[in-house]
Every structure is written in C-alpha cells, then in structure tokens.
Write a new protein. Structure first.
Lengths: 734, 153
C-alpha cells in the first residue's frame, strides 16, 4: 500500500502529507468545564467537518486497538447528526489532524471521546438547523432531518449549508443529545467497518504500510536489563548483502538493510558478535513474592471504615499472588519512521500519539512541532506493549538514513523479552464473619508500577533511550488516585462491610520492567477479593452467590449477579464432585465502570493436574449499549484472555535474565481448550455508557479459582493454576 | 537471483535469494497483505498460506523450494466483491477483534474444508490448534468455519 492510499484508508480522506499542526488557541481563564474530552479540546471544528461532497468527517484522538472503537464512535456521531452511518468518515489519532485525547486506555474511549462527539455533533446539528430555518423561513421546531436533508417548507441539505456553517468556535455543550428512545443507530449491532478488509487481504495494519523507497530495520537488545555493549563486528555486518547502515549509540544497536530478510540476517550476525557486560540481576523466581515485598515501598491507606468486631467472630486469613504477565500480541510491535530535513514522521500503533511525540522529542532533542505521529493499527493491544519503544527504535534508525523510510518490526523474542509486563503482585487479606455477615476486612496489596508509559514529565519512558550514550531514565513509580487506581485498581471492596481497611504498598523499585496490562491491578485484586469471599462464605456455611447478594445493596450490582446465576442455572449450595465444579466472580470495574459477573465450570484431571474450563457464563451491565455485538465481543474476549492468564501464563525468568522468548515458553490458551461463553447483556439505555473492555479480567480469574475449590475442596491462591500447583494442592501441600 | 512463482494463479518473477522465507517475498515483493509475520517459528500460524491446496507456514518455507508449485494467499481465496465462503462467513460472524490472526485462521480452515467439507466443531478446534488468537475471538472463528461448511453443503 502506498502512503497516500494508506492515509486514505486509515484516515477517511486523502490529504497530502503535511506538517500543519492544529492551531494552538489561546487558553482563556475561567471557562466553563465541558464534559468528556470537550474539556480539553473545546473547538467544534476540531471534532467535526461537514463536507460539500455529502460526507461528514469526525476526528477522534482515540485509536482502534482491535476493540471496534471507531465503529462505536462513528455510530454516536451519525446518530446525533441524523445522517446515515455510511456518510461518516472517522479520522483517528494523528498529531497533525486530531484532538489530543492522551492515551486510548482504561476503557475510557466511549466515555471521553464518545461524550465529546455526542455533544459536538448535537451542537453542530443545532447550528445547521438554525441556518436551515433562516434559509427556509421556518421555525427550527418545524424542521425535520433525514440523512442530512432538512425539511420544512422546502428542503436544504447539510452539504448545502456546509459553507455557511461556522464551526470554528468553542463548543457550549448546551445542545441536548437525542433521548435514547429515539436512537436508530446507537444500540444496534452495526458490523465493524474494518473487518471486510482484514478478511480479504486489504491494507489494514501498520505492518501493511509500504512507503516509496522504504527499507527495513532490526534492533539488537542486550542479554539482560541494563547490560552495556562493549564491542561487535561492524565490518562483517557492513559487508553483508543489502546492509545500508549499522547504528550504534552507546548500547543501542540496530541495522538497516534494503530487504527485510537481509536486516534479519544482519541482526543475527550482530547478536553473534556483540559482547556485553554488566546488567542487573533479577529476583530469585523461587522467592519472587517475598523479595518484591521486601523492596522499598510507598504505603497508603486508601480506604478505612471502623466498627467493632463482635466477640466470637470466625477469623480467616489468606495470601494470594499473581505473576508477571506478558501482553503477547500475535504481532510483535512495528513502526515506520521517516526522517527528512530535520523533521520526523512516525507511523505507530501506540495508544497515545501525542504523549509519544512529546517523549520522542525529549529523547532525541527535537521540537514536538518537528515530529508527526500517526496512528496505524497493530495487532490486538491489551495495554502498554512494545509499540512506543519500537517507534523510538525506528526513529533512531531513520535518523541514520535521512530521507529513507524505515520499517522496523521487532522479532518475536524482542517482544517477549523487552515489553513491559503486567506486574507480579501479592494480596494479603484478613477477614471475619459472624452471623453470616462479614464483620471485618483488611486488604493489603503490594505491586510494582502499572504505569511506565511515555508522557511522564519526570522521565523518558522509551526503552531504547535508556541505552543511548547519553542515557535517559524512566520516570518514577507513582500512586494513581482512586477510584481508578493502578496497582490498587479495584482493591477497595465494593461489598457493604461495616469495618474495612485497604492499604496499597506501591513498590518503588523495578527489578523487572512493568507497565499497564489490561485492567492493571484489578485482575489480581478481584481474584483475591472474590476468592476470599468464597473462603468467608465457606466459613459462614453460606452459598457463594447468596453470600455476595447479602452484602450488596446496589440494584445494578445485584442484577448482574442474579443474571449470571440465572443464565448458568446456579443451584444454591451446589457442590463439586472432586473433578467438576463451578464458581462465581464479580466486580464493578474500577468501581465506576462496567458491572460484570462470571460463572466458570472447571474440569480437573487429578492425575495430570491439568485444569480445563469447558464453559463460562457472564453477565454485564455497561450502561447504555452503543453496539451490542461489539460489547459482547469485548466481554467474551476478556473472559477468554483471562482464562488463558489464569490457567497458563507467567513470564519465566532466572537471575540472569528473562527466559520468555516465544510461544513455547510463554504458552497461551489454544483453540481446543477455549471455553464456550454465554454472555448476557443488561442494557440501560438511560444510563451513561461505561467502559467495558477490561471488565471481565478479574471476575473470570476468581470464578475459575473458586470453581477449582468447589470441584476439589482445595484452594489455589497463586496464579496461574499450573499442573504442578494443582497436584500439590490435591496432595494437601498448599 | 530470479525465482519464478505461481501465486494466486498468476506467475510472478521475484529477485530474491532462494533461502528467503516465502513470507517476506509475498509481503514485500508481491505486496500481498494476507500472510502475516507473527513468530517466524511455525508456532502461531499467522503466516499460513496454501501450497498446492495444503496449509503451509510461509515463515519457514524457503521461496526456492516452492518454484513450480501453486501458492494461494488470502487474496487468492476471494475478494471484497467476491469473497470465498470462509471470508464471507468470517465477516458475517464478525469473527475478529484485532483480526491479525484471521488470515492464518482462514487459510488453515480452507485446508480443513478441502480435506473434510463437513467438519464437526471438535474437528475445527483440532485443525486450528496451531493457530493462536490473543483477543479471545476463538468461538466466533469456530462458528464462522462451521457456517462456511454449512453454506457449502
């Protein structure tokens, strides 16, 4: 695919490659706060353009990560404007063209960008109706709109009015969006617009971008974190076929070649000849959690509620662990960069083109205005993977071959060994029950940082920059405010307990590189909270579903638990048979987003220790549903990915370095073992749309662990549920 | 050196070393997007193409070894206007989240349907055991393959 076509397909309209950046408008003091991303991007023309040719272009700073977000946002825009879905083109995440909406993360795209587009489109519709009323001599109240044609006494189209409509003004957010009862586009399972090309070989991914004169790069990483490059055989590599440049800056090493396989071959020769020294030792994998808990930490009590504990309450204590987890996208990270006459263009599958631009600028000593970052889709993105790092690497290589675009795709082992993992965590819980009620609850979570993304003002979070001769440093670990939290995401129990205390121990050191992985700390915290709820239910002698409901007042929380129990035909007090059993897990993601409950059925092979999950039922309330099939796809995908994490996944390492390097030593769930998933959606058309992409991670893990306990009478508190742990548990060793 | 290949029914000549993996020739020389790089170790299946109708991992297939054979990529199965029953079924089932694995899934399923036009669900799962999906779209993919088989019956 050629660049022009790529922009056309990725961006909706063809534009010449330009260096224009959005006009910076003076920030005025004391302006009213606007909802969603309108608050930070206030101009209407930053969000929407009416084209004389009969189309609408909307702009979003959020990007497609494989979750169908551009389809959902387009639905919202078409709905509010009263135009056919097909007329709306969407341009996403380009520092030269779209609003700056920071990161596409935290399941916030519908909440932030969707809210902004809904209000901006409603306002633009109002402006257009005002113009139409004047033109037709009819009051606005007597006008109707159908697919962009305004009818009163006579008719006029949006496209006729486009020239007169001045959208270069601040949004007021005063135009009322449509009531949900009038929705005809939002709420429908409109097919994803990106899927046909992906099924027929159309250009769809950053990997498919082919620029004129493009060459291929590869990088060489040290054998362990922090090692220094002492020497390598440059002469030999430079003499290899096709090699254009060998790039070394301190301990950063890369190669550019005419053909992709030539770059790959050159990389192998570089690896073979490179001599490294030093580097940091990793924790002892056998004592990982003790060692992590002994590191420097910044401790905060994030929730506290006091009440007396009745005498004679039954006290229960337990400690849970989760390991380092890899994002492990099917495609290793990729970027294309072009450096020409002091200006840098980077095509990237980063989750945040603006923070990436700012950070590359600081790392390379360039002005942000001389850098353009353009989002192009990568393989599925489940958080902060290698996307930003490979963009920096590509920029380094492009700078060495001025004017030639460089495509760099990491090799499989680059991704597995160097991506920032989801952190290992420990959760200690102490609780007490009396009279069938929880009367005490203390929850302590230890975790490394879940946010090592670019955009940190106090550091440069780009892997390659840490190895330059003028080495940059990453930013420090930081607490994140509740209710979002980070390592403490979903650490505060939602249950109605009279007495509880939650403490977050943020580990300040980083023995292993970590950052954001889908749901951050919620996966482990919900696993621990919901496992412990079953332990308390058992201590109280009450059915787990009934026990949960007894501690929940909120109607919507109760509804998802009741819905999943109904779908699964849960029988109060149901027992496992030593081999099969079922369990439940529940959480409201981030305390403020999607409600999700999961029931899992497990099958345990007591001889091999292999656990299978043949069936899962799930119920979700994500508020107003924009696209039911898209929501189902996200929830089901989360359920299956979390099943994989929970049964199989952990990053292997020893004291000398990371051992994960391919799918053999980082196995994931495969087709024969994938559970069937039955999903129940609870639509709340009059409620706010809530982020859903990460909601299922924690509840699924808990449901599986609880099902294992129900099946066998033994509990596993350390993830994943490996055959070794299962056999040890069955032998009574845990 | 010049190597002659028959890809999607058309004979093409490419200038590459014979040990070059077919994947890079398809993607870079022939500008075909279907086959994807995933691991280059035959572990993930993203690069799967058909060679004489049978599934083959293009990431480890030297281009020189398939001269004179018929290579089919996703583009050769069907087009947007005339999709292959599998492609149509994947679109109808919305069998993707990111969709990066889809080409390999479809090509492997095409191989399955060539051998077994009426597979049971368990056969589909077994045939796709070596194709990894990370987004958790497996159940839709299974449904799409079964739908394509049913439509062809």
């Amino acid at each position: 695919m050629k660049r022009r076509d790529f922009l056309k397909s990725a961006g909706g309209i063809a534009v010449a490659f330009s260096w224009s950046v959005p006009t910076v408008r003076a920030q005025q003091a004391a302006r009213p706060a606007l909802p969603g991303s309108l608050g930070t991007n206030r101009m209407l023309d930053g969000w929407i353009r009416i084209n004389a040719a009969g189309t609408i272009t909307v702009f979003t700073g959020k990007c497609e990560l494989g979750q169908g977000i551009l389809t959902a946002l387009t639905q919202i825009a078409a709905e509010e404007l009263d135009v056919a879905y097909e007329r709306v083109e969407i341009v996403s995440a380009d520092t030269a063209r779209t609003p700056n909406e920071g990161m596409t993360a935290g399941s916030l795209s519908v909440e932030n960008s969707g809210t902004a587009l809904r209000l901006a489109c409603a306002e633009v519709r109002q402006i257009l109706l005002g113009l139409a009323a004047a033109k037709l001599g009819v009051a606005v109240a007597n006008l109707s709109v159908s697919d962009g044609t305004v009818t009163g006494a006579g008719s006029v189209t949006y496209w006729d009015l486009a020239r007169e409509a001045n959208l270069e003004r601040e949004a007021s957010a005063q135009a009322k969006p449509k009531p949900p009862a009038q929705h005809t586009i939002v709420g429908r399972s409109i097919p994803r617009r990106d899927i046909p090309a992906k099924m027929t070989g159309g250009a769809a991914f950053i990997q498919d971008l082919r620029l004129p004169g493009m060459v291929h790069g590869r990088v060489v990483r040290p054998p362990r974190y922090g090692a220094r490059l002492d020497s390598f055989d440059e002469t030999k590599v430079k003499a290899m076929p096709g090699v254009i440049a060998v790039v070394r800056d301190g301990s950063f090493l890369g190669v550019v070649a005419r053909r992709e396989e030539q770059a790959i071959n050159a990389r192998l020769v570089l690896i073979g000849s490179a001599k490294w020294s030093g580097g940091s030792e990793l924790p002892d994998p056998g004592k990982l959690y003790e060692q992590l808990m002994s590191l420097r930490s910044e401790d905060r009590v994030i929730a506290e509620k006091d009440a007396p504990v009745p005498a004679g309450a039954t006290v229960v204590e337990a400690t849970y662990h989760r390991p380092y987890l890899a994002h492990a996208a099917i495609a290793p990270s990729c970027a294309v960069a072009e450096f020409k006459d002091g200006k840098l263009a980077v095509w990237t599958h980063s989750q945040g083109v603006f923070p990436l631009r700012a950070t590359i600028a600081r790392a390379l000593g360039l002005e942000p205005s001389d850098i353009r970052c353009i989002h192009a889709e990568g393989a599925g993105c489940y958080g902060h993977n290698g996307a930003d790092d490979v963009a920096f690497d590509a920029a380094m290589l492009a700078r060495a071959v001025n004017g030639q675009p460089v495509r760099l795709q990491w090799m499989r082992d680059d991704e597995f060994k160097w991506e920032p993992y989801g952190p290992a965590m420990t959760m200690k819980v102490k609780g007490a029950v009396a009279g069938g009620r929880v009367v005490d609850w203390a929850f302590d979570v230890w975790s490394q940082s879940h946010n090592g993304r670019p955009g940190d003002p106090d550091g440069i979070n780009l892997l390659g920059s840490w190895y330059l001769a003028d080495a940059k440093r990453p930013g420090p670990a930081r607490h994140a405010a509740q209710p979002n939290g980070a390592g403490d995401r979903n650490a505060i129990t939602l249950y109605d307990f009279p007495r509880q205390r939650t403490t977050h121990h943020l580990i300040m050191d980083n023995p292993v590189r970590t950052s954001a992985l889908r749901s951050l700390g919620a996966y482990a915290n919900v696993f621990a909270i919901e496992s412990f709820m079953d332990e308390l239910a058992a201590a109280a002698g009450i059915d787990p579903v009934a026990f949960r409901l007894a501690h929940i007042k909120d109607e919507r929380e109760r509804a998802v638990i009741e819905a999943v129990a109904k779908a699964a035909a849960w029988k109060p007090g149901e027992q496992g048979d030593g081999r099969r059993g079922r369990g439940i897990g529940y959480a409201r993601y981030k305390t403020v987003a999607t409600y999700n409950a999961v029931i899992a059925e497990v099958e345990v092979d007591r001889t091999t220790g292999i656990v299978k999950v043949p069936r899962i039922w799930t119920a979700a309330d994500a508020g107003q549903i924009i696209n039911p099939d898209g929501l189902t796809n996200q929830i089901e995908g989360g359920v299956i990915q979390s099943t994989s994490w929970t049964l199989h996944e952990h990053v292997r390492f020893d004291r000398n370095g990371i051992l994960a390097q391919d799918w053999m030593n980082y196995p994931i769930l495969t087709m024969p073992d994938v559970p069937s998933v039955e999903t129940v959606l609870i639509d709340r058309p009059n409620e706010r749309a809530l982020g859903a992409g990460e909601a299922a991670q924690g509840p699924t893990a808990a449901a599986i662990a609880n099902a294992f306990a129900a099946a066998t009478g033994r509990r596993i508190r350390e993830l994943p549920l490996t055959p070794e742990r299962v056999k040890a548990a069955l032998a009574g060793q845990t | 050196m010049a190597i002659s290949l028959k890809v999607n029914g058309v004979t093409r000549s490419v200038d590459a070393e014979p040990d070059t993996p077919l994947l890079y020739v398809l993607r870079n020389d022939l500008e075909l997007n279907g086959a994807k790089y995933g691991c280059a170790m035959t572990q993930c299946g993203a690069c799967t193409v058909l060679v004489n109708g049978a599934a083959r991992r293009s990431c480890v297939t030297p281009v020189g070894s398939i001269e004179g054979n018929e290579v089919t990529t996703l583009e050769g199965l069907g087009t947007l206007d005339k999709p292959h029953p599998l492609q149509k079924a994947f679109i109808d089932e919305q069998a993707a989240q990111c969709g990066y694995c889809a080409s390999g899934m479809i090509m492997t399923a095409a191989d399955l349907l060539n051998r077994n036009p009426q597979p049971r669900e368990v056969d589909v799962r077994a045939a796709l055991a070596g194709n990894l999906c990370r987004c958790g779209t497996h159940n839709r993919i299974i449904r799409a393959v079964l739908r394509a088989a049913k439509g062809a019956a």
